[in-house]
Design a protein around this ligand. Sequence first.
Ligand code: AP5
Ligand code: ZN
Length: 214
Amino acid sequence: MNLILLGPPGAGKGTQAVKIVEKYNIPHISTGDIFRENIKKGTELGKKAKEYMDKGELVPDDLVCEIATSRLLEDDCKDGFLLDGFPRTVYQAEKLDEFLKKHGKKIDKVLDIAVEKEELMTRLIGRRVCKACGATYHIENMPPKKEGVCDKCGEELMQRADDTAETVENRIEVYNSQTMPLVEYYEKAGNIAHIDGAIGLENVFNSIVSVLGE
Ligand code: AP5
Ligand code: ZN
């Protein structure tokens, strides 16, 4: 199954991705995670991406397309994949379609997760992530058992550099202006499913399963 997760920052794409890839046994490809790993390692790509990410701006299209398509060529993507955070502009979607067509593939479903702005702000400002394993928590909605410590690996939790109120506000604006047009793009392609993301995370997952099938 070839899937795309679409939705504003904080909609719960990363949270649902963990559950989707486990159930359907496909790799999780998050362009945001790829950039953050590169920032951590201090690579040239990381340095370039950080300039944009810290401001809540999009990384330039050509750079993102190159990263995403080379990841899709890896062996584990042969029988399906879940794209999270890519594509994010119409240009990226067109490039992805060209790439898939060339390889005799297509997108089976675009899962568009919707949540209101106020809730997005609360979720992102309260989000904490594990420094070591990347597990995601929320100070109120999904707190770890011990404050500031990851349940899974015992390492320290931190706040993402782009989860400050000001940057979050900009990320939501950038989503509305540059990524929202993708809804229409996939509406025309006829393979989009709209998911209410403002309900509890198990309920969101159940809606996704009812779209994708057992
Ligand atoms: P990226 O890493 O993709 O971030 P994002 O799209 O902004 O999304 P987030 O990871 O912030 O949110 P999410 O929807 O995954 O929410 P989560 O599950 O964590 O991109 C970061 C940056 O990289 C971009 O700004 C850009 O600069 C660059 N970039 C990446 N891809 C690019 C591309 N294709 N082109 C150009 N630039 C690109 O949940 C959020 C919080 O809510 C958590 O605390 C969670 O615990 C909580 N939560 C989740 N679900 C629920 C629920 N149902 N109820 C209550 N709380 C919930
Ligand atoms: Zn951890």
